[in-house]
Design a protein around this ligand. Structure first.
Ligand code: ATP
Length: 320
């Protein structure tokens, strides 16, 4: 479906993608994960023709992708929908008109637009918000509009760049479930770029780990998690001078980490999130990574707040 062959891309001296080759099967949900700056977004932008590259080629359903403005290039890009972290909606247009926007731009007939837009708004479960304007929508609802809009031209591929990063864990989960449902209903190929392994593990059939513009490993998600290659272990937290913590919080404690970061003037990475239990018993289990010198202060700060936490051994004690 998507064939990436020897793709290389530089920004000046910086080699962002280095002779990368990858085959993404039709109908799969393919996850791309890697540390910040590994080249994930650049790869997505190359796939949808937003970015030029220095060498190699990308074929989507046999059609070569380019940034050109000729008919073939534009038709090829039409096969690809994209969803961003910041939703990228037009605030002056309501939900209906945001979703209708791509079809209007391509000059479709009003009746055709109306049928498709209503169908998609139903698919993303926003019938009751059809006339609402983006500033009055929640983050999850905005992302649903963005997904519907990305699907209007019936693309063969949907690219999601950190589509759930700006959302709270529950909303993120509902968006991931929606993507899964769309994949099952329509057979569309979905590529998901994410920072959290939980996102990849929950919905992706296949995955790749990028490290400094190289493909460190790729394959079926279940196999990669079973074999736990070095690249996966590195992502799971074997970072020097950092300690891994396992923390369980109640739903009402969702802002605990931002308060901790402010109180202790420290930075941390959330590596995984899991929901445990239901209703009043519901807990959210986080795997976080903190600088080693801040470990003791983080542990005592969390324990003073009555929050269950413990350190996790780095090697072999993967919390994901
Ligand atoms: N337009 C640009 N000009 C120069 N350098 C860029 C440009 N865009 C990205 N880069 C650099 O290319 C590298 C890869 O960036 P990219 O955004 O693809 O990484 P990423 O893996 O998506 O990172 P993140 O997870 O932080 O979003 C980074 O070092 C970044 O600073």
């Amino acid at each position: 479906m998507i064939q990436i062959e020897n793709l290389s891309k530089r920004y000046g001296e910086l080699e962002v993608l280095n002779t990368m080759s990858l085959h993404i099967q039709k109908g799969s949900i393919f996850g791309i994960i890697g540390q910040s700056g590994a080249g994930k977004s650049t790869l997505l932008r190359c796939i949808n023709g937003l970015e030029t590259f220095d060498s190699g080629r990308i074929l989507v359903d046999g059609i070569q992708i380019s940034t050109g403005n000729d008919r073939q290039a534009r038709e090829a890009r039409r096969e690809i929908g994209m969803v961003f972290q910041n939703f990228s909606l037009l605030d002056r247009l309501n939900v209906y008109d945001n979703v209708a926007f791509p079809m209007k731009s391509w000059g479709y007939k009003k009746k055709e637009i109306d049928e498709r837009v209503r169908e998609l708004i139903g698919l993303v479960d926003l019938n009751d918000k059809i006339s609402a304007f983006p500033p009055y929508l929640s983050g999850g609802q905005k992302q649903r509009v963005a997904i519907a809009r990305a699907l209007t031209m019936q693309p063969k591929v949907l690219l999601c760049d950190e589509a759930t990063s700006a959302l709270d864990p529950r909303t993120a989960e509902s968006i991931l479930n929606l993507l899964k449902e769309i994949n099952e209903k329509t057979g569309i190929t979905i590529i998901v770029v994410a920072h959290q392994l939980s996102v990849i593990r929950n919905i992706c059939t296949h995955m790749a780990i990028l490290e400094d513009g190289h493909l460190a490993c790729h394959g079926a998600t279940t196999e990669i998690f079973m074999q736990a290659p070095a690249a996966l272990r590195r992502l799971q937290g074997n970072r020097e001078n950092h300690a891994n913590l396992s923390v369980s919080v109640c739903e009402q404690d969702l802002f605990v980490f931002s308060r901790m970061a402010r109180a202790l003037e420290t930075d941390f990475d959330i590596m995984d999130i899991q929901h445990l239990g239901m209703g009043k018993e519901a807990q959210i289990h986080y795997s976080i990574r903190v600088p080693e010198e801040k470990l003791d202060t983080c542990l005592s700060w969390l324990r003073k707040k009555g929050i269950y936490c413990q350190t996790v051994e780095k090697e072999g004690a993967d919390s994901v």
